[in-house]
Ligand binder design. Sequence first.
Ligand SMILES: Cc1cc2nc3c(=O)[nH]c(=O)nc-3n(C[C@H](O)[C@H](O)[C@H](O)COP(=O)(O)OP(=O)(O)OC[C@H]3O[C@@H](n4cnc5c(N)ncnc54)[C@H](O)[C@@H]3O)c2cc1C
Length: 478
Amino acid sequence: MIVIGGGLAGLAAGVALAESGWRVRLFEQRPFLGGRATSYVLPDGEHVDNCQHVTLGCCTNLEDFYRRIGAAGKIKFFDRLLFLDPQGRRGKMQAGFLPAPFHLTGSFAAFAPLSLLDKLSIARAMLDILQTQGNPADLQEKGGISMLEWLRRRGQTKRAIERFWRVVLVSALDEELDRTDARFGVDVFWKVFLSNSTGYRMGVPAVPLANLYDGCKSEIERRGGEVVLRAPVRGLKMESGELAGIRLDEGREETADAYVFAVPHAVLAELLPQSMKQSDPALSNLEKIKVAPITGVHFWFDRPVMKEPFVTLLDTTTQWIFNKTALYGDSNGQANTALTGQYLQLVISASYDLLQKPRQEIIDLCLEEVRKALPAARNAELVKATVIKEAAATFSPEPGVDRWRPKQQTSIPRLFLAGDWTDTGWPATMEGAVRSGYLAAEALLGSDGSPLKFLQPDLPPDGFIAMWLGRSGTATNS
Ligand SMILES: Cc1cc2nc3c(=O)[nH]c(=O)nc-3n(C[C@H](O)[C@H](O)[C@H](O)COP(=O)(O)OP(=O)(O)OC[C@H]3O[C@@H](n4cnc5c(N)ncnc54)[C@H](O)[C@@H]3O)c2cc1C
């Protein structure tokens, strides 16, 4: 069988199918694996992620995938999230001794950047999420409602929206609240903060992203398959109206029993012949899925300017600062510039305003914010900087987007789909991509008459939630 695309979706499908005894041939157009969640080497030899990627405790399929490919040990988990406002007030989120859903109550009560009124309004909305187990009635409204509308209906204060809901959700979903389907927003709070006391723990790779995928190639090759890099698929070969192969460069064609297309939706829309889009309505709406940008800014200072592994900034363009030097530690010398210096990576999600801005302007803006937030940076010299704009970082989780997302199994014989944009129930995340790959593998095996399960259950509700639901330890699947 053939997988097209070596991002997380294609890799998850490929590894799962190879483990099930299939000979997998994976074609990736770039010279490295990982797709959007990868890293590469700059001309000066520096390894950079195309952008910092993080996972969360609730991402059970990504965790399973990292385990399968021997990369689980390369992820460091943190149970304290630190927030900093321009007035220098700090807030943190860290589980205390209380069970879910009250595990974060202590740090929330002491959260200095929010007032008591803000906190009471947030608590009211949280109660609604809790009472409906993450499924408030207005989420079912036809066409969906925006997260901003959902929050307004619950009387959220301006500061609660700006300093709490927006901060969490723009980072998690890569979209502004007025363009986010409330279904995704509410689900984040249910899965990450309420239903299980470990769902919010943040996992950060301790190596450049591309290093995570070493095990994929060997896993596929060990089982008789191959991973072909620098192999862009240019088109589909059709015979008597049926999918009969793929076309690569220099007239090369490859055929297989089944094909998993794990490319971005815009690429698939171009590859698919019109006849296929017409015969399967689920394939005719791919162009309706919009995209949202993320900008990563990389700073190398001549000295240490930050002690924390990462921090979230409030009320600034810069949303996160990651201390890459600390995160890589000794485990990976190759990404550290100089032992005495420090490498920081800044993340700005839904960065529409930055897309047209010149790079130097973005560097100046972010440097000013970093120097305000981190006093030690004020006297430090910025040795070098780079900006990476990803205009199509994720699909936009706009209200009603789910109706355009096709299932992994299509009505076209032998054609399966994977990708964070397919119908997984999840937003565009590494977890969503791995889920789609597992679902594509399950669909392929099911249609071959040898069904197997790869999809992992969600984190089970714990603490009072488990008692309240009366099903402690019962896994739920979305
Ligand atoms: C800047 C940025 C920051 C992000 N941060 C996070 C984060 O912190 N946490 C998180 O969970 N998610 C994050 N994401 C989202 C996450 O990266 C994606 O959801 C996930 O990697 C998508 O995987 P995929 O396999 O579906 O698609 P892709 O990674 O896009 O993989 C598709 C692959 O297909 C290949 N391809 C395309 N066309 C062809 C062709 N014609 N022939 C052969 N190969 C082809 C591409 O080169 C690519 O390797 C971020 C994304 C970006 C861009």
